[in-house]
Design a protein around this ligand. Structure first.
Ligand SMILES: [Zn+2]
Length: 140
C-alpha cells in the first residue's frame, strides 16, 4: 500500500489524471492522449510510468505483449493528501487566509458552496494558533 507521504511531480499528475479518467490505461493510450496534448515522447511517458510504479502509486499488469496500468490510490484521496501536504508546509497561522483565498479564486457550484458552508457551521474555532515559522523572523 502507498505510504502517506504523497510525492507526485507535476508531470506524474498528468499521467494520473489520464489513468483515473480511463480507469485502466495502456502506455499506447497514454501516449495517444499525452503525446498530443503535452507533446511528450513515448520514452518520457515510459519513464514517468516506471517512477509511478516504483512509488507504488500505480500498478502494471502484463496483458499479452502490453502493460495495463491501474491506480493504487483514488483521485479524491490523492487530492486530499496533496492539499494536506501543501497546508503542512505553510505557517499554521496563514492556513485560514490561504483557504479564504482558495475560495475566492475557485469556481464553485451551489452544491460546493453548500458543502463548504455546512463544514464551516460545524467547525469549532480554537482560541489561538501558534506560529510555526522560524522564531523571531516573521510577523505573523
Ligand atoms: Zn508564522
Amino acid at each position: 500500500m502507498l505510504d502517506k507521504e504523497l510525492n507526485i511531480t507535476d508531470a506524474e499528475w498528468r499521467i494520473m489524471r489520464v489513468i483515473w479518467t480511463l480507469d485502466t490505461a495502456t502506455s499506447r493510450e497514454l501516449t495517444n492522449v499525452l503525446g498530443e496534448s503535452m507533446d511528450w515522447k513515448p520514452a518520457t511517458i515510459k519513464t514517468l510510468l516506471r517512477r509511478l510504479t516504483d512509488k507504488k502509486i500505480i500498478e502494471a499488469h502484463k496483458d499479452g505483449n502490453k502493460f495495463i496500468y491501474t491506480a493504487n490510490i483514488a483521485e479524491n484521496e490523492t487530492i486530499d493528501l496533496a492539499s494536506q501536504k501543501f497546508f503542512n508546509q505553510v505557517c499554521a497561522r496563514k492556513v485560514g487566509s490561504a483557504i479564504t483565498n482558495l475560495i475566492d479564486e475557485s469556481e464553485l457550484t451551489q452544491d460546493d458552496i453548500d458543502k463548504i458552508q455546512s463544514a464551516l457551521n460545524k467547525k469549532v474555532p480554537v482560541e489561538d494558533i501558534e506560529c510555526n515559522c522560524i522564531p523571531g523572523k516573521c510577523d505573523c
